[in-house]
Design a protein around this ligand. Structure first.
Ligand code: TSJ
Length: 633
């Protein structure tokens, strides 16, 4: 009894800690935090699938923002937990990190911010209800803001087994609740590819979109989809899987080379996207480089006197997925998305070497083609390097040929300089007048021109607008990219807050992602957030950046509501002074730093928007309906 009391106090303390500092547990209380709540719950169902006990997962977004996640697994054990003295369901929901306690040796998805435990979701939800179907019975328990609202009870009979969880994120913590539907369906689709055979349903009652994700083809099918719209250099997807019975280590690789220049390698550990890479990715890359060079030398495809191929030469145009499953993943890095387990590198490297050698021996035609492509890439890289050295030596790196549209700044130290890329000539004009010309440069890009030509990204290099951008940045692109020559350390995309603006932003991000990726990786790229509303209250002028702020203002000032609200339709409507005040003044402006995962998403959106299939495009537009409502139809 006294032990139970102490246990209860600990639970309340934990709850309090989570509610006091939600960011520590779920990374924030914005979109990211909301997404974490969903993944935390979904991951539990995925774990059940990885344990071989669940084939179907259903996610429902209700009109009132409740989320339901349901699986057909074994059902959370309802028995009294021997150590804790309470039923296991309650344990899972009230004890921090309770997950591992009754782990059965499956591949827990407990990486990074995921795996903080269902109790964290519970603590941050207005309410959370669990239904467990098990032992022929339906059990039910409810919690409110993390605290038990009733004991686990039997509410009926069950003919199947499974777990259903429904929760409503707490508005006290998250404020207005707005899910990122594009992200939600992207990740569920990814999970379906990473777990072949698993059936995942998404029923979004807010948008009215229902989707079913299921792939028998797994990551090979994923690579195929990623390469849609590109020209593959070989028809087949190179695929292999290796499972080690003793350690339970699983490696899966799917890859295909295209005639593009960029490399797209996605790596996963226990189905978590390891954005920052890690030992599995290192192992893959070193093996790839080694096999290409060894095979190329052996077959005399690489000339005797030629340098070894560099990894970058080989990976040009490669789309690949490297997925590992292991028992004790260590996640490191800034966003906990880098796999740290040291033993993994050699394991992966050995398997990839063996399998790729096998593939090359069985497909000598493809092997030769890929090696010749890599040799051409090497040639181009070496030529570019030589040209650059030549130019350097001659001291011809002056900015004499900067584009005419660029209004450059006075400051010469790149670390202090900012480049605003502005949609449209009229907004560009206001920005030029409103800026601080000491350190802010303006490059207006005509959105229409970009939009017309967006169908063929390769052709973008012939596009005048983008050429001006490349010249202004100073770094060159792809193989010639040289970060040392970057002329501005902040590159700020300033687009209208409507769907056209979103289009252009997507296009620009995709362009940067494919051609100047380091700019994003190193955190040089930002998105400016212009205000949506101007509010005049007598002499006072306020700028509001979201509908929530407007709503808050209206409810606050409801009574003396004597104000004029103006909705900005675009940047062009702001005069130079306003633009400076709201969007360019470093003291007041809101900038969002673009992460590589933003860019990845933009890349995918781009493919969806430009792709040949109409269905996904329509779904995307519906899933981003908050942008649509901003349109003046
Ligand atoms: F954690 C949770 F509550 F958030 C949650 C758990 C949410 C959802 C949607 C599903 C689940 C969940 C848990 N689905 N299936 C399970 N399975 C178990 O907890 C379980 C069942 C049986 C055994 C066993 O050893 O017999 C072990 C486990 C871990």
């Amino acid at each position: 009894m006294s032990q139970y009391g102490a246990e209860q106090i600990k639970v309340l303390e934990d709850l309090e800690a989570v509610r006091m500092r939600p960011g520590m547990y779920i990374g924030g209380t914005g979109q990211d935090g909301l997404m974490h709540l969903i993944w935390e719950i979904v991951d539990n169902a995925i774990d059940e699938h990885l344990a071989g006990a669940c084939t179907e997962i259903k996610v429902t977004v209700h009109e009132d923002n409740r989320i339901t996640v349901s699986d057909n697994g074994r059902g959370i054990p309802t028995e009294i937990h021997p150590e804790a003295g309470i039923n296991t369901v309650e344990l899972v929901y009230t004890k921090l990190h309770a997950g591992g306690k009754f782990d059965t040796g499956s591949y827990k998805v407990s990486g990074g911010l995921h795996g903080v435990g269902a109790s964290v979701v519970n603590a941050l939800s207005e309410f959370l209800e669990v239904e467990v179907r098990r032992n022929g019975k339906r059990y039910y328990q409810r919690f409110e803001r993390g605290q038990k609202a009733c004991d686990l009870k039997v509410i009926g009979e069950a003919s199947d087994t499974g777990t259903t969880v429904t929760f409503l994120p707490d508005r006290q913590i998250f404020g207005e609740i707005k899910y990122d539907f594009a992200r939600l369906s992207h990740r569920l689709k990814e999970l379906a590819y990473l777990n072949p055979g698993l059936s995942i349903h998404l029923d979004n009652r807010i948008t009215g979109i229902q989707r079913h994700f299921q792939s028998e083809g797994g990551i090979a099918a994923y690579v195929k989809e990623l390469n849609e719209g590109r020209k593959p250099l070989h028809d087949d997807i190179i695929y292999f899987r290796d499972e080690n019975g003793a350690s339970g280590f699983v490696l899966e690789v799917a890859m295909q080379f295209t005639d593009e220049y960029d490399e797209n390698i996605y790596s996963f550990a226990n189905v978590i996207n390891t954005n920052e890479g890690g030992t599995h990715l290192m192992g893959f890359k070193t093996a790839l480089t080694r096999v290409f060079n060894e095979y190329g030398r052996e077959k005399k495809i690489i000339p005797q006197d030629a340098e070894n191929l560099d990894g970058r030469d080989i990976r040009e145009g490669l789309t690949a997925i490297v997925s590992v499953k292991l028992r004790n993943p260590q996640f490191e890095g800034q966003t906990k998305t880098k796999l740290g387990n040291p033993e993994v590198q050699e394991r992966v490297s050995n398997i990839v070497r063996e399998q790729l050698e096998l593939y090359f021996n069985n497909n000598p035609g493809t092997a030769r083609l890929l090696l010749e492509k890599a040799l051409r890439a090497q040639e181009a890289r070496l030529a570019a390097k030589k040209a650059r050295q030549l130019v350097r030596r001659k001291g011809l790196l002056s900015s004499s040929t900067l584009p005419g549209k660029l209004a450059d700044c006075a400051e010469k130290d790149p670390a202090k300089c900012e480049l605003y890329i502005v949609e449209g000539d009229s907004a560009g004009g206001s920005a030029k007048q409103g800026r601080n010309r000491e350190f802010q440069a303006i490059l207006p890009l005509r959105g229409k021109v970009l939009n017309v030509e967006k169908a063929a990204l390769n052709k973008l290099l012939d596009n005048k607008e983008l050429n001006a951008l490349i010249t202004a940045l100073g770094t060159g692109i792809r193989e010639e990219f040289d970060i040392e020559r970057l002329r501005y350390h902040k590159i700020i995309l300033m687009c209208d807050a409507d769907i056209d603006g979103a289009h252009i932003r997507t296009l620009l991000l995709t362009f940067l992602f494919r051609n100047l990726r380091q700019l994003i990786e190193r955190g040089h790229v930002y998105i400016a957030k212009p205000p949506l509303y101007q509010v005049k209250k007598g002499r006072q002028v306020l700028y509001l950046y979201s509908d929530e702020e407007l709503k808050a203002l209206r409810s606050q000032d409801g009574k003396d509501g004597h104000f004029e609200v103006k909705r900005y339709k675009g940047l062009g409507e702001m005069n130079p002074q306003e633009l400076w005040e709201t969007t360019m003044n470093p003291e007041k402006r809101i900038l969002k730093q673009v992460t590589i995962s933003d860019a990845l998403q933009a890349e995918e959106l781009f493919r969806v928007l430009m792709g040949s299939e109409v269905g996904p495009r329509r779904d995307f537009i519906l899933e981003n309906s908050d942008m649509i409502t901003n349109l003046d139809i």
